[in-house]
Design a protein around this ligand. Structure first.
Ligand code: FUB
Length: 331
């Protein structure tokens, strides 16, 4: 009996090892990420790097009433992605009941802050807008920081959605956000519980560039502020990304041109993006959503990645959207 049990245990161990090896072999034999980078309808991806991992926090792209949670995805190489289901949902965010959209993530003082839009508010009398949740880990679970929205009202014509959090070189964090064709910037308090007025007493400054619709994003390169946004309507084929370069987070931002858009042979409606920079390889990646050519439903959006390159003057070159995606790039 003893001998039989030990033979059985060895067999189980051996087969477990070979299953594990197969998984590793499969993952390592895949040379490119492919697009989409993970299955499912996911939009508005916020990409970030934490330690030696890439993370993506997208909108779960379904009917508004079903958008009651957010999933996250992590990868060590851009090729193999692990899903972290429901890092936050409406059972935790009591004031949210639908349309949890377009996360923005920030790591600060060993905590992770997830900003999100909820409820698709149309009027100031409705509860909803931009909220913030906090966790000790990038994979959550995230807890409501305030128990109410951080931004609930329409200010300067901007719907309180599509938030991005930008850290300036002096360490100050700003919330940059807005739908309905208007973009605001506001100075966040150090603990993200509210805002500090600017020197002129104003709290929300409008920085809307020409043709802006929504989905703002900002990053710095060689001392310059690159401001990017989505143009067109998100349910249509012409949704796209354009950008400007400024000397401060407040601009002025003069539109330079489109850098991401549909390609009739690959996909339509390429927009609402974010950017990651691997400092080791010095490669920049644009993570965005697009609609497969076979789809017309507005919500049928997939999260994709492609390389973003610059010319010698620091201008962003038009991105070529691909089926292959990008090659492995460890951090
Ligand atoms: O996913 C919902 C909305 O679609 C986002 O807030 C917009 O930016 C657009 O992508």
């Amino acid at each position: 009996m003893k001998l039989y049990l030990s033979i059985l245990a060895s067999a189980v161990l051996l087969s477990a090892c070979s299953v594990q090896k197969t998984a590793v072999k499969e993952a390592s034999s895949k040379k490119m990420s492919g697009n989409p980078i993970f299955p499912g309808w996911y939009a508005d991806p916020e990409a970030a790097i934490f330690g030696n991992e890439y993370w993506v926090y997208p909108t779960f792209s379904d009917k508004y009433e079903k958008q009651t949670h957010l999933d996250a995805f992590s990868s060590k190489d851009l090729i193999t992605w692990t899903k972290h289901p429901s890092v936050v949902d409406t059972s935790e965010i009591k004031w949210a009941h639908k349309a949890m959209w377009a996360p923005a993530i920030v790591e600060k003082d060993k905590k992770y802050y997830l900003f999100f839009g909820a409820n698709d508010v149309q009027k100031d009398s409705e509860i909803g807008g931009i909220g913030v949740a906090v966790s000790n880990k990038p994979g959550g679970p995230f807890k409501d920081l305030l128990g109410k929205p951080l931004v609930n009202k329409n200010v300067n014509g901007a719907q309180p959605i599509d938030q991005f959090v930008f850290k300036d070189k002096d360490g100050q964090y700003y919330l940059i956000y807005g739908g309905w064709g208007h973009c605001n910037i506001a100075k966040l308090k150090n603990d993200f519980t509210g805002f500090l007025p600017f020197d002129d007493g104003v709290t929300f400054k409008e920085i809307t560039p020409d043709k802006y619709t929504e989905g703002p994003y900002m990053f710095m390169k060689n001392g310059k502020y690159y401001f990017m946004w989505s143009e067109g309507g998100w349910t249509g084929p012409d949704y796209s990304v354009a950008y400007a370069i400024g000397d401060s987070p407040f601009g002025p931002f003069k539109r330079i041109g489109k850098i991401l858009q549909q390609d009739a042979s690959i996909a339509r409606g390429a927009g609402h993006h974010s950017v990651m920079h691997n400092e080791k390889s010095d490669k920049y990646y644009i993570v965005y959503h697009r609609r497969p050519l076979t789809e017309t439903d507005g919500n049928h959006r997939e999260t994709c990645i492609d390389e973003m390159k610059f010319d010698a003057n620091g201008l962003i070159l038009p991105v070529k959207i691909t089926k292959e995606g990008v090659a492995a790039d460890k951090l």
